[in-house]
Design a protein around this ligand. Sequence first.
Ligand SMILES: [Zn+2]
Length: 239
Amino acid sequence: MLVDVHCHADEYSIHRLREFIYKFKMIIVGVSVDLKSSLKILEYSKELNNFIPCVGLHPWYVDKLSEDGIDEVFRLSRNIKCIGEVGLDTRFVPKTIEKQRDIFRKFLEIGSEEDTVFNLHSVDTWREVLELLRRYDISKAIFHWYTGPINLLKDINDAGYFISINPSVKFQKKHKKVLEKAPIEMILTESDGPYLYKGYNLSPEMISESIDIIAEIKGLERKEAVEIVYRNFEKIFDI
Ligand SMILES: [Zn+2]
C-alpha cells in the first residue's frame, strides 16, 4: 500500500478521495488547518476507509480564528490519533510567532498526554520545533516536506521522528538532497495536495512517482521502497 501522510483532504470531495484510496491502494492522512477543516476531516473519517484524520491549527491561521474557535480546535484534538497541521513558521508569518508558540505549546501539552502523532509545519523553525518536541516528551512526529538543515536529520532520526517526502522532490534540489541524506528508516511519503507548487498540481496520485524516485536514490526495487515506507507508516501510526 502507498501512504500519503499529509493531505489537505478537506479540499477534495469525498468521491475524489475514495478514488485515490482505491485506485492507488493508498492510506491517506488528512490534515486540518483551522476549525472548519478539522470538522470536515473528522466528518470524512466517518465515511472513508483507509483514512486517518488529524485535527489542527496551521501557523498561518493562528490569527484568523476567535479564542472560542481556537479552544474548540484544542477540544477536538484530544483523544485523536494525530494532531496537525501544527507547528511554527518564521519565514512566511513572522508577525504572529509569539501566538504561534503559545498555540503550538498547548497542542504539545495535549498530545504529550495521549501519545499522539504530530504532523508538523516547521519552516525555518526546524531546530526549535525539534527541541520543543523533546521537551514535551513527544514520541511520534512527522516533519512534513522537510527542507531544513541536513545536519539536523540525525537528531530527528535519533529522536525516532520521521520526515515526509513531497512529490516536489522531482525538481526541488534542497528536498532531493534531504532524500539522499536521510536514512530510509525515517522516510514517509506525502502530497500536501491539493497545492499548486511551481506549476505542479500536487496531489495523492503523485505519490507513486515519489516512490520511484525514492527507490532510485536509495538503490532499491520499487516494491522494497513501497514496503519500507509502509513499515515506517505502521510504526508511527500503530496500525
Ligand atoms: Zn500542508
